[in-house]
Design a protein around this ligand. Structure first.
Ligand code: MEV
Length: 330
């Protein structure tokens, strides 16, 4: 039996624009997906997911029927299965064991489809655990690359490397096209996350931005403007003492530009305003948008307390930067 875990992430800056070659800075946070894998005697794959902010589900495929048997009809479950199916294929390919059967169990404290990188964390942990169970240890770059291929396929070729690279490496990272690296010496970033209990459809939201960008020059300019502010933010991050007020102001700009691209939502906007009015340095949606989470920069109790009382905010929590990335638990 082999167990790996990988962290979720928040986007300090740059989601959506990163899909078009602009830079982005995601930061891994201490909320993890843990995947346990055990080899089977046959060629079937069986997945058990107890805690993906759903009631849990069990799926089996392979053997005589290729169609998964699903005991919970849910589009989020279907999406999760697409990622796991891809992860199994990558692990089998890496281990040169195309017919290996696997029992997979997923536990996660990252809400699904809410902008905290749940799919990337599950894919990274699943490939790592399954490949090791089949006798192959992947280096981090190779693991991130295989995880990216899964996201890229599942999201119809519209994924960037940002989520999967960040989840594999941990810490704050910078991704621009194929260029990706960890940002050293990033100090403590006092993140608070607000979660509206909902989810967005990443594929649909990315396709929507693409369509807007193709149709309106303002949208193409907006994507470029996001890229410009990421450059500024990155410089601030790597200076001696990061000025949190300036970083927060750039987060506010970034949220405004994402709203202009049509990916915010009323629940996200009201959480963002509640956090700002409570004195946070800055607040923005994180991830694909449409619903899910915001990320706030605040070193006082103000924003978290305000979010606790904001109608539509289901949960608010502090999120520490996770510097580990993928972890081999056993
Ligand atoms: C989704 O977590 C982030 C997006 O930028 C898509 C991607 O980078 O693949 C919206």
């Amino acid at each position: 039996m082999t167990v790996s875990s990988a962290p979720g992430k928040v986007y300090l800056f740059g989601e959506h624009a990163v899909v078009y070659g602009e830079p982005a800075v995601p930061c891994a946070i201490e909320r993890r997906a843990r995947v346990t894998v055990e080899r089977r005697d046959d060629d079937r794959v069986r997945v058990n997911a107890d805690d993906l902010t759903l009631d849990g589900f069990t799926v089996a495929w392979g053997g005589e029927s290729d169609a998964p048997e699903l005991n919970v009809p849910n589009n989020l479950v279907e999406a999760a299965m697409g990622y796991l199916d891809g992860a199994v294929e990558q692990a089998r390919d890496a281990a040169e064991a195309p017919d290996a059967g696997l029992d997979i169990s997923v536990e996660s404290d990252i809400p699904l489809g809410a902008g905290l990188g749940s799919s990337a964390a599950v894919v990274v942990a699943a490939i790592d655990a399954a490949a090791r169970e089949l006798g192959t240890e992947l280096g981090r770059e190779a693991l991130a690359d295989r995880a990216f291929r899964v996201e890229h396929d599942v999201q119809d070729g519209q994924a960037s490397r940002a989520d999967t690279f960040c989840s594999t490496m941990g810490g704050a990272v910078r991704v621009q096209g194929d260029d990706r690296r960890q940002l050293d010496e990033v100090g403590n970033l006092p993140f608070v996350v607000g979660y509206d209990g909902g989810a967005g459809d990443t594929g649909e939201l990315v396709a929507g931005v693409r369509e807007l960008r193709d149709r309106h020059p303002f949208a193409a300019d907006t994507v470029e403007a996001i890229g410009d502010l990421v450059w500024e933010g990155e410089t601030l991050l790597q200076g001696e003492d990061t000025p949190l007020d300036e970083l927060g102001q750039l987060m506010n700009f970034n949220h405004g530009l994402l709203s202009a691209l049509g990916v915010s939502a009323r629940s996200l906007d009201s959480m963002v305003w509640a956090a700002r009015e409570a004195g946070a340095y800055g607040a923005k949606l994180t991830g694909a948008g449409g619903g899910g989470c915001i990320v706030v920069l605040d070193d006082s109790e103000g924003a978290k307390t305000a979010l606790d009382y904001t109608p539509g905010c289901e949960e608010a929590f502090r999120a520490e930067l996770d510097t580990d990335g993928v972890r081999r638990e056993s």
